[in-house]
Design a protein around this ligand. Structure first.
Ligand code: EPU
Length: 308
């Protein structure tokens, strides 16, 4: 039996187990689900409509020994051209996209957009979350990556995380029990963040609005607006990756449809028809130049998933 026939059977079988509001699609194109707009297809794409649906999807994958991949808003993601085997889960349904303000706390689902968090915090007069304003990600993705900008980072504002393990058991953990580091939260490599409680400091709404406007202006003047995956490399100890790539004279360097941004050296943009291979090859060109000419080993920040 071919994989294709299996996949179609899987999608019917899975859909029958889930609630009516869940989404299950076979052979689903993923490029449009990433901000870089490259990459292949998912065998089985799913959006659970509740924690119970999520538990059932995980159970389904376990029964068939299928790999499971979590997708956020795809803003820090490079999916290879042959796509992702097994089950892809995206927490985009309304059950995972709610924000509830409780005093200085924001109880957020993993699918909530970071922009929405910052807007809600501004409305409530809560400071400290302004840096989330222009990060094109979700709360779940930002937890997984400990996303940061403008001197702030996600785990600075987290009070607790609601997690589900691969067997479908959910629990709330205080932030002290969820270790994080620069652009990473190792626990979330195996567990799934389904939500988090974020905390702000009571402030005046205009003061928060002013800081957000400042961050937004800085981002627009220093980062490209073409499709990208945000910063491609982690900043090495020696200097910011963007500065290094700039000094290496690589801004504007093209391979196929991928180009090192002319505005910021640490962004690779899709000029229209880039493939994942174009981007991966350009990443290697940059890494090789940094290694051979400056002795600096660049490590990718962007998550690279799927098959060639
Ligand atoms: N620079 C250059 N040339 C360039 C780019 C940067 O000389 O082409 C210089 C800048 O002038 C500045 C320094 O390098 O002196 C650092 O640049 P920037 O302020 O843009 O910050 P960054 O370190 O490149 C980090 C985060 C970004 C975040 C910005 C703004 C990393 C890898 N990147 O960038 O996060 O938006 O700060 O706070 O930590 C992301 O994670 O995807 C991301 C975009």
């Amino acid at each position: 039996m071919s994989t294709e026939i299996n996949s179609s059977e899987w999608s019917r079988d899975l859909a029958a187990r889930l609630s009516a509001d869940a989404v299950v699609q076979w052979d689903h194109p993923l490029a449009k689900r990433t901000t870089l707009r490259v990459g292949g297809r998912a065998d089985l794409y799913s959006e659970p409509a509740s924690e119970e649906d999520l538990r059932l999807i995980l159970q389904f994958a376990r029964e068939r020994d299928l790999p499971v991949t979590l997708l956020g808003r795809g803003s820090n993601l490079l999916i290879r051209d042959a796509g992702i085997r097994g089950v892809v889960i995206c927490l985009a349904r309304p059950a995972f996209s709610q924000i509830v303000v409780e005093g200085s706390r924001l109880r957020c689902g993993a699918g909530v957009r970071l922009k929405a968090v910052s807007v809600e915090a501004r409305r409530a007069g809560l400071a400290g979350l302004e840096f989330l304003e222009g990060i094109p990600g979700s709360v779940g993705g930002a937890l997984r990556m400990n996303a940061g900008a403008m001197g702030g980072w996600m785990f600075q504002v987290v009070e607790s995380v609601r997690l589900m393990d691969r067997s479908g058991l959910a629990c709330d953990l205080p932030v002290a029990e969820v270790p994080s580091q620069y652009r990473s939260c190792p626990l979330l490599k195996t567990q799934i963040a389904v939500g988090a409680v974020l905390v702000g400091a009571i402030a005046s709404a205009p003061e928060v609005a002013e800081r957000m406007a400042k961050y937004s202006a800085k981002r627009w003047e220093s980062q490209p607006s073409q499709p990208s995956a945000g910063c491609i490399f982690k900043n090495p100890e020696e200097m910011p990756a963007g500065k290094l790539i700039d000094e290496l004279g690589l801004k504007g360097k093209r391979l196929g449809g991928a180009m090192v941004s002319e505005l910021h050296g640490n962004f690779i943009v899709n000029t229209g028809a880039a493939t994942a291979s174009d981007v991966l090859n350009l990443i290697e060109v940059v890494r090789e130049a940094a290694r051979s000419r400056r002795g600096i080993e660049l490590e990718t920040e962007v998550q690279i998933l799927g098959e060639d």
